[in-house]
Ligand binder design. Sequence first.
Ligand code: OGA
Ligand code: NI
Length: 352
Amino acid sequence: MALAPSESLEWSLPVPSVQELAIQKLDKVPLRYVRDDLDQTTPSNPSLRVPLIDMNKLVNPEFHEKELQKLHFACQEWGVFQIINHGVFDESLSKMRQQVQEFFDLPLRQKKRWAQKPGSLEGYGQAFVTSEEQKLEWNDMIFLKTLPLQDRSLNFWPENPHEFRKTLESYSEDMRNVAVSIVTFITMGLGLEAQKFGDTYKEGMYQIRMNCYPPCPEPERVIGLNPHADISGITLLLECGDMPGLQVLKDEHWVNVEPVDGAIVVNLGHVMEIISNGNYKAPDHRAVVNNSKQRLSIVTFCYPNSSVDIGPAEKLIKSGSPPVYRTLTNAEYFHSFNNRKLEDSFIDSLKI
Ligand code: OGA
Ligand code: NI
């Protein structure tokens, strides 16, 4: 689509759909995707496994204490874990996977009806690109704000496949229930007023990013998603198949998060790191790609209610540890993020 010159200034430079590139069956990836600049020397550790938490055990008096210990350890040592028995029906998860798959399967022309627009992060597209030199990620995505209701911009919500909207709506409610419950247990592990913290996610903010990583002719020379930590409270990631791709940095090694049937991956974001006063860390993670199979992931960023200030929990401070982070209102937190210096670490800028 050609852009009027007046519009193009605000627009992220148009970049090709990676799915369309993958269809061409190239031998080599185009130069803009080659990431020989990335430090590929960080070793992998194929034998390590991300902790697995059974939510049935957390609610069962007989196993509660031991599983809570395990969760506390997972948050301290990893910042990421998988949960099973989370209470969301398999059929609901499958329905969501299927709708996302059908959306990415649509011809490009149709997906573009819900494309990102100037000045907005929402919609279908690729990473925001501001210069011709910028390296690109091997990923197409659609990003939508789903809760609270007043945050929705329905003009970016696909109407094709025809059950997409309805499914996304009910999926975000499912993810909200999971967030309320897992945040309650995470903050219980910290010795905080768990119910109070869990409740802030009842009217919380939920944003969903659906990622498509097509197969790539030179997977080890590209990156699906650059290493980053999430700025959410927690992030809930649903795999759509059995192809691994998510990696998390643990003790300076990249560890594969192997898909577990029916599980949801939980990773802590900066908001949780701040509340825990640095006891828990938001882990760096990234997505890698492969040369045989497309991978889809559905990622829900969960935040507390926007009226809640973001700062170290009072109880932790009163018990003697000095605050490591400043306390900000929700608006100040996002303002700091949106106006951060790209070369600086965001979380470090929030430290006292
Ligand atoms: C994200 C993310 C990882 C993945 O969208 O923030 O970390 O495997 N995604 O898709
Ligand atoms: Ni992430």
